[in-house]
Ligand binder design. Structure first.
Ligand code: ADP
Ligand code: MG
Length: 271
């Protein structure tokens, strides 16, 4: 029995999105969307602007609510807790808080705390939300800053950093809570072209050296191709096509995927 239970755990998705709907007023952004992500998987979400990619990441981060459907993260319902009689009821803030710690997110615009130095940016959440001591939080922060190549900037203020450096601090900050899942939303889109590579390199390193599950929204098709185990192509709130990078980029089956890739190549992106 125990053997089959552990086999089951090994094949259980770490993210299981079942038929979720998200509406803003009468506008339906996601319509009965389902997707599963396996532990350790590296997934790239691509698709035109407005297709719902950011909305999915924000829903996973519990920065948005869902209008319908069900999500499980790491074997637990994200937005619901068991209520009386086994019925699910909406989760309270305590549950959301606990679930949120499983997931880290890095945004297009770094959102660092401008009045705190780099080190404080990275230690703040572990100290406030996990009750880590200053010594422990700083030790871990230095390790993470070292990993992103910024140990020497610990006492710098965000305004003294380049965009690429700020984004690397944002990655270190998200990692400080030791999430099982990392979400990256167009993290290089706001950067000058010469700063893109240093951020992508950090993500390559994370992918190579950790078993974290990573979901990435990107317009860097060359990076998505090399980085991802699987590509999901979104259009108008639906997954139009999914597959291995070579299948999607070299041999897309759907007309909408083909036309999106043609446009993005015409716009100067490398595939
Ligand atoms: P993507 O990241 O793929 O560009 P988004 O998830 O940001 O797409 O947005 C999907 C759609 O939802 C867009 O049409 C956008 O205008 C709409 N949308 C996103 N956030 C809101 C909001 N807070 N209120 C109303 N509409 C929104
Ligand atoms: Mg977006």
């Amino acid at each position: 029995m125990s053997g089959s239970a552990s086999a089951e755990t090994a094949t259980r998705p770490i993210i299981d999105i079942r038929s979720i709907t998200k509406t803003y007023g009468s506008f339906c952004v996601l319509n009965e969307l389902s997707m599963r992500v396996m532990p350790g998987e590296k997934l790239a979400l691509i698709g035109p602007s407005g297709s719902g990619k950011t909305t999915i990441l924000r829903i996973l981060m519990t920065l948005e609510t869902i209008s319908g459907g069900h999500i499980e993260v790491d074997g637990q319902s994200l937005y619901h807790v068991p209520g009386s009689g086994g019925l699910l009821q909406p989760a309270d803030e305590h549950h959301l808080h606990k679930m949120r710690e499983k997931i880290g997110m890095v945004f297009q615009h770094f959102n660092l705390f401008p009045h705190k130095c780099v080190l404080d940016n990275v230690t703040l959440a572990p100290m406030l939300t996990k009750g880590a001591s200053k010594v422990t939080a700083e030790k871990r922060a230095i390790e993470l800053l070292d990993m992103v190549g910024l140990a020497d900037k610990a006492r710098s203020m965000p305004a003294q950093l380049s965009g690429g450096q700020k984004q690397r601090v944002a990655i270190a900050r998200a990692l400080a809570l030791s999430p099982k899942i990392m979400l990256f939303d167009e993290v290089t889109s706001a950067l000058d072209p010469e700063l893109v590579e240093e951020v992508l390199n950090v993500m390559r390193k994370l992918a190579a050296e950790t078993d974290m599950t990573m979901l990435l929204v990107t317009h860097e098709m060359g990076f998505a191709h090399d980085f991802a185990d699987r590509i999901l192509f979104f259009d108008r709130g639906k997954i139009v096509e999914e597959g291995k990078p070579d299948e999607i980029f070299r041999n897309p089956k759907q007309e909408r995927t083909q036309s999106f890739l043609r446009k993005i190549i015409a716009a100067g992106h490398r595939v």
